[in-house]
Design a protein around this ligand. Structure first.
Ligand SMILES: N[C@@H](CCC(=O)N[C@@H](CS)C(=O)NCC(=O)O)C(=O)O
Length: 214
């Protein structure tokens, strides 16, 4: 039995964020599917893993964690020597740059990306009507963020420098799903952003995650 357990759902971008790190780090883990249609995430035993009733949750031996970005940071540090290097452990300045872009993903990009996914991906799946005003507002917000990414990616190959890091990886689940919606049109006029999306979504570890989605 694998020492690590990821409790999540393949439909959940936050669960897929953690799976992407586990595959990049070539770690053996058990994926425990939480049946969200039957609200398994709102009941025990899941609530003992995350009292907020959201997937994912994660166990590594005695350690129990929730919040996808806290889980990925733990894995990247604890298993720094395994698989792809996603952080920098011996240079505070380089790590600070990665942290800047980790924060940008969470505080700027994801604010608009997750709302657009709710409106354009999840609401149609659940048969809920889309709110065109929310789409318009968040497309405009995302466009501004992507304009800043375009400039950044003309200076460096990846967000935090010349190497793929956890900061790039954190975007993968939402980028992948946004590309299946009308939001794809916001990326088309941006050559650097488009090349970055093509590069990071082509990673073998990400293919393993999309295989779980299918
Ligand atoms: N900030 C959390 C967000 C987790 C989250 O939003 N999970 C969604 C699925 S991606 C969920 O469980 N939604 C059900 C709910 O909120 O009731 C994380 O990154 O882990």
């Amino acid at each position: 039995m694998a020492a690590m357990k990821l409790h999540g759902n393949p439909m959940s971008p936050a669960s897929m964020r953690v799976a992407a790190v586990l595959y990049e780090k070539e770690l053996d883990f058990e994926f425990v599917t939480i049946d969200m249609r039957n609200s398994e995430h709102k009941k025990e035993p899941f609530l003992s893993l995350n009292p907020f009733g959201q997937v994912p949750a994660f166990e590594d031996g005695d350690l129990k964690l929730f919040e996808s970005r806290a889980i990925t940071k733990y894995i990247a540090h604890e298993y720094a020597e395994k698989g792809t290097q996603l952080i920098v452990t011996n240079d505070s300045k380089k790590m600070a740059i990665i942290t800047v872009w980790l924060e940008v993903e969470a505080q700027q990009y994801d604010q608009a990306a997750s709302k657009l996914l709710w409106e354009l991906h999840f609401k149609p799946l659940f048969g809920i009507p889309t709110d065109p005003k929310a789409v318009e507002e968040n497309e405009s917000k995302l466009s501004s963020v992507l304009g800043i990414y375009e400039k950044r990616l003309s200076e460096t190959k990846y967000l935090a420098g010349e190497c793929f890091t956890l900061a790039d990886l954190h975007h993968l689940p939402t980028l992948h799903l946004l590309m299946l919606t009308q939001v794809k049109k916001l990326f088309e006029p941006l050559p650097r952003v488009s090349a970055w999306v093509a590069d990071i979504t082509a990673r073998p570890a990400w293919s393993k995650v999309t295989a779980m989605l299918n």
